[in-house]
Write a protein that binds this ligand. Structure first.
Ligand SMILES: *Cc1c(COP(=O)(O)O)cnc(C)c1O
Length: 373
């Protein structure tokens, strides 16, 4: 007897690459080939010597070009991923009082880190219903506004804009947005992310694009005498970054894969190319869902629907979890929704590495599954 789980999707409908996870996300075969080729001259060599430091330099310069960073902006990096950067920011980016837009699992976390820091005042937290984003409110005494470019748990993106008249730093968690969404560097002071999403590398590293004001804040707080564990010390990170190094040993493969992806973006036209691919994928996904009689985009406002992570709701008669498990058995993986959201939903990452044609194939696969259950 055939069970729903044994449903075979015809090969001609399947995407060429079945990885749609929100992170770690699809790594292009060309990146892996480049890493293998660099093999014996790069992997297994000292991170304090030229071959690795040049690669870190390539990453820093490449990001400067990709984001068109104005004069004086600097690219910092360190170990520990975005979660570590939040803790570092509680020491060396928030002076005293911060405001946080909290609209999902990830954007709530930096707020929690600040709340628990005994040396900072109670943060101002602005929330909005799940599937939307709040807006920053210019407030006296706020020295850092914490925004999130893309809330990965709900598939909501927001434009990055300095609130009118705000004097505080604009710090943006762009972990899933960076590289896949357009951004104007004049609108932020610190745009930080990790490379396992749009940059198709592995986790464990953080990168931060810092304006002169953010660099000055780091230097001021580091000189203020505030006790800071060395691992979270952004002045140490700044000094090491300027030498194309990290404070402690980084994962060399991660840096190499990241450098390949930045080069791919820049060689093909920069952010217009990379974010353009994600926008194209998103158009395919949401157009399909809107036309479908069993699927709808979860985010109701079309301008808030993410170009990099799409959340799609299904009608009661269609079991999204079963669909995700059938897809998985057919080699199409990680379409499950964010676990804590608890909806009858699929979540589909559309980072620049994902081929827009593969998103179209995925939609066809879902149609096939629903039609054959
Ligand atoms: C994935 C993600 C994080 C967590 O990144 P780590 O490198 O695992 O700490 C934080 N914020 C957002 C928006 C994310 O998508």
């Amino acid at each position: 007897m055939t069970t729903p789980e044994s449903l075979q999707i015809p090969t001609e409908l399947l995407p060429r690459d079945g990885r749609f996870g929100a992170g770690p996300s699809k790594i292009r075969p060309e990146q892996l080939a480049a890493l293998a080729e660099a093999g014996s001259s790069y992997l297994g060599t000292s991170h304090r010597q030229a071959s690795v430091r040049n690669k870190v330099g390539e990453v820093r310069e490449g990001l400067g070009a990709l984001f068109n960073l104005p004069e004086g902006y600097e690219v910092l990096l360190g170990n520990g991923g975005t979660t570590c950067f939040w803790d570092a920011a509680t020491f060396h980016l928030v002076a005293e009082h911060s405001q946080h837009l909290s609209f999902g699992e990830f954007s709530s976390k930096f707020a929690s880190a600040v709340k628990e820091a005994p040396h900072l005042s109670e943060p101002e937290i602005i929330t909005s219903p799940t599937g939307t984003h709040p807006r920053a409110v210019t407030t006296e005494g706020v020295d850092l506004y914490a925004l999130t470019h893309n809330e990965t748990s709900t598939g909501v993106m927001m434009p990055i804009e300095r609130p009118a008249g705000a004097t505080g730093l604009i710090a943006v968690d762009a972990t899933s947005g960076a590289g896949g969404l357009f951004v104007d560097p004049l609108q932020f002071d610190c745009y930080y992310f990790a490379p396992q999403k749009s940059f198709s590398s592995d986790g464990g590293l953080w990168l931060a694009l810092c304006s002169p004001a953010a660099v000055e804040r780091i230097e001021t707080l580091a000189a203020s005498g505030r006790w800071t564990p060395a691992f979270f010390d952004l002045k140490i990170a700044l000094d090491n970054s300027r030498l194309n190094q990290t404070y402690n040993t980084p994962a060399l493969a991660t840096i190499h894969l990241l450098a390949s992806q930045i080069k791919w973006f820049n060689d093909n036209g920069g952010l217009a190319f990379s974010a353009g691919r994600s926008r194209q994928s998103a158009e395919i996904l949401y157009t399909w869902a809107e036309a479908s009689d069993f699927a709808t985009p979860f985010v109701t406002q079309s301008r808030e629907r993410s170009n990099v992570v799409g959340a799609i709701d299904f009608v009661d008669g269609v079991d999204a979890a079963l669909g995700a498990s059938i897809l998985r058995k057919n080699g199409v993986v990680d379409t499950e929704p964010y676990r804590k959201l608890g909806r009858n939903q699929l979540r589909i990452a559309m980072f620049p590495s994902v081929d827009p044609e593969d998103v179209a194939s995925l939609c066809a696969c879902i149609n096939y599954i629903v039609g054959n259950l």
